[in-house]
Design a binder for this molecule. Structure first.
Ligand SMILES: [Zn+2]
Ligand SMILES: [Zn+2]
Length: 305
């Protein structure tokens, strides 16, 4: 089973603090990187964490507030200077693309690689070999989106005893069945479900971006293994959360509970809190499987079965 790791590159909201940089979270899986939001300075942390500038890569942008996108230009430019050749895919609200193009033209930035732009919409926005990315509308002060990364279900566990009992010789035909393909043995077709256990559910990671909690998002994040949800404020500042269209820690926890997620990670903390201890405590009262992100935190996402 391949590793699925989540790197918290920046966990602050709006402005950086002494210990927290601007929003950016990276998923690394089989050498591929999926970056969610790209706050200022993300490229430096990319280098620091050895995430690599020439990997297969996908960038998902939730919305066009500066703290979530100001790092893009620097990251792209550094990728160009590192002679990146692979195409980079960016999924974002479409206005981002004009902004990037204009800025690159003004600054005479030429890239060594192609950028494939995908305008975000509800539903599946990207399909990889064995995973996909879905998006849903969030509820913020401007057009804003949430994302789910999910591995496609894998075939069930292969049962060699059953295979031998059916007279299938060990070798190529076993591998075909393990990959979910039927084979013919002595003129008889054997289907994978005759020798495989039930399909194994893939791992999944949800990312809220900036948003109020909504019913749409509760449905959208239903059952994800790891949910990264913004909790800009503590319950004491709930009025600010409503006014500025953000979530409080207890609201994030309630949504995680209602959505039946495996684990919740709080992030995007307001600079008014030096440490997110109170926010974590408030959330754990509602949803005990909660962690508070910090810059540099790396989490393994375990398999479901
Ligand atoms: Zn923000
Ligand atoms: Zn915002």
């Amino acid at each position: 089973m391949t590793n699925l790791e989540v790197f918290f590159l920046g966990t602050s909201s709006a402005t950086p603090t002494k210990n927290r940089s601007l929003p950016a979270v990276a998923i690394r899986r089989e050498g591929q990187v999926i970056l969610m939001d790209c706050g200022e300075g993300a490229q430096a942390r990319f280098v620091k964490f050895g995430l690599g500038l020439n990997r297969e890569m996908l960038i998902l942008i939730t919305h066009l507030h500066g703290d979530h996108v100001n790092g893009l230009l620097g990251l792209l430019q550094t990728m160009g200077m590192s002679q990146r050749l692979r195409t980079l895919t960016i999924v974002a609200p479409k206005e981002l693309f004009g902004w990037l193009q204009t800025t690159m033209d003004v600054l005479h930035i030429g890239l060594t690689f192609d950028v494939s732009f995908v305008s975000v919409r509800s539903g599946v926005v990207f399909r990889g070999k064995d995973f996909r990315i879905r998006a849903a509308r969030a509820s913020h002060s401007i057009d804003s989106w949430s994302y789910v990364f999910e591995e496609l279900p894998r075939p069930g566990v292969f049962n060699p005893k059953k295979a031998l009992a059916l007279g299938i010789p060990e070798g190529k035909k076993w591998s075909s069945l393990q990959r979910g393909r039927s084979v013919v043995v002595k003129g008889e077709r054997i289907h994978p479900d005759q020798v495989l256990g039930p399909p194994r559910q893939g791992r999944s990671v949800g990312y809220s971006g900036d948003t109020r909690p909504t019913k749409t998002l509760t449905r959208f994040f239903h059952g994800v293994g790891l949910l990264i949800f913004e909790s800009t404020y503590s319950s004491k500042d709930a009025d600010k959360a409503v006014e500025r269209k953000h979530s409080t820690a207890p609201e994030a926890a309630q949504l995680a509970k209602d959505a039946g997620v495996g684990r919740l990670v709080l992030t995007h903390f307001s600079a008014r809190y030096q440490r997110p201890d109170t926010l974590l405590r408030e959330a754990r009262e509602i949803f005990p499987e909660t962690l508070a992100a910090r810059d540099g935190l790396v989490l393994d996402v375990p398999s479901v079965q």
